[in-house]
Design a protein around this ligand. Structure first.
Ligand code: PLP
Length: 391
């Protein structure tokens, strides 16, 4: 190893390394198989998982029986310790309900806590499954867009207050927020909770991106920590899947402190939701127990990738990068380009971004920057050329 290589910070060496995902049936890469289009869309990372996670999986795989498996005490202890260490949140073991996905948790919540003709409050732009998790024939959505305040996207409390009627019985929150990257403050969260509980609502808080605060300043605060007095009305959904790149292993969990709400939730999941798989238990436990150092390096790398995007977009007219506190998903305003189908235009120029339309802002693009810097640079170069071709 020469001096230049050994002097590089560990993060560079870990994450600079491209890992080919071709022939793994990766959702992200298969979409453009055989085409010269760089996939920068669905939210998983092109990085190899942390070594302790892979080692734990290899060890478990060596035991040749993969039958139904309950989440063990060691897994639960690892989650409890993580929440205490990171968020000073002391949860109890029996508050945990394991699920194969956070989206499953959204859907189960709608079935558990909503009656026919109830309305559910969501705040666009928002992760697209917030629009389709409810039972379409039985409940409907009330959409109150986030607004820009102090340069970042946050809740528009006045408009929300106006929209609340007795039929609005639940809110689905996303914190940190996909796609805008906002980390909400304790005040912002507690104001929303106060308003919702005054209206007798349940609060479903999707916190899947909680461990991905990258700006070096903000702190994620669980909604139930910001509003402990409303904990009986709060269901928190979390997973190690985004931060430690385990989405294909299908394990997440709900945290529900109120016993009656928890029973309602479990009853709604009965016979519909499958048990979580043993490999996912092992990986999740290893992530929380031994993935701390890897995560710290990841956050540094992601921040540096975000800064690369900021520099590149600064000199691309018509594209505006939104400020981002968390996630690896850059939210880009492309309105000034005046394109009919912005996503398709960039795809034609070799970059596969997510269309803002699926989140509720058609002229925006979402760029997944959880990839080696060299791949990101290639994507940014293509974006620059695509915009130049418009002139
Ligand atoms: C806010 C949010 N919730 C849920 C999910 C998906 O969670 P899961 O794969 O556990 O269903 C994502 C994936 O990107 C997400 O961004």
């Amino acid at each position: 190893m020469n001096d230049t290589v050994s002097a590089k910070p560990i993060s560079q060496r870990l994450f600079d390394q491209p890992v080919s995902r071709l022939h793994t049936n990766s959702l992200k890469w298969e979409k453009y198989a055989g085409k010269d289009i760089l996939p920068m869309w669905v939210a998983d990372m092109d990085f190899a998982v942390a070594e302790p996670i892979q080692a734990a999986l290899v060890e478990r795989i060596a035991h040749p029986v993969y039958g139904y498996t309950v989440p063990g005490d060691a897994l639960k202890d690892a989650i409890i310790a993580h929440l205490k260490n990171e968020y000073d949140w002391a949860i109890q073991e029996d508050w945990l309900v394991f699920l194969p996905g956070v989206v499953t948790g959204l859907a189960v919540s709608c079935r558990a806590f909503c009656e026919d003709d109830d309305n559910i409050l969501v705040n666009p732009p928002i992760y697209h499954h917030f629009y389709d998790s409810h039972e379409g024939k039985r409940q409907s959505l009330v959409k109150v867009p986030l607004h820009k305040s102090g340069g970042r996207w946050t809740y528009d409390l006045n408009s929300m207050r106006t929209a609340l009627t007795p039929e609005v019985t639940m809110i689905m929150m996303c914190s940190p927020h996909n796609p805008t990257g906002t980390v909400f403050t304790a005040d912002e969260l507690s104001e929303v909770c106060d308003m919702c509980v005054n209206n007798n609502m349940m609060i479903i808080s999707d916190e899947i991106h909680c461990d991905l605060v990258i700006d070096g300043e903000s702190r994620h605060i669980p909604t139930a920590v910001a509003s402990p007095q409303h904990a009986d009305n709060i269901v928190t959904l979390m997973s190690a899947s985004k931060t430690w790149n385990l989405a294909g292993l299908n394990t997440s969990f709900a945290i529900i402190s109120n016993a009656q709400r928890r029973e309602q939730f479990i009853a709604a999941a009965q016979s519909i939701v499958s048990p979580t798989p043993p490999l996912a238990h092992v990986a999740t436990e290893a992530a929380y127990r031994a993935g701390g150092e890897w995560r710290a390096e990841l956050l540094t790398y992601l921040k540096s990738n975000y800064d690369r995007i900021a520099v590149a977009l600064d000199s691309i007219p018509g594209l505006h990068l939104e400020p981002l506190q968390a996630t690896y998903l850059a939210w880009i305003d492309a309105t000034e380009l005046g394109l009919n189908d912005t996503q398709a235009y960039f795809e034609k120029h070799g970059v596969g971004l997510s269309s803002g339309e699926q989140f509720g802002q058609p002229h925006f693009l979402r760029l997944n920057f959880a990839c080696p810097a060299s791949t990101l640079d290639q994507g940014l170069d293509r974006i620059e050329k695509a915009v130049a071709a418009l002139r």
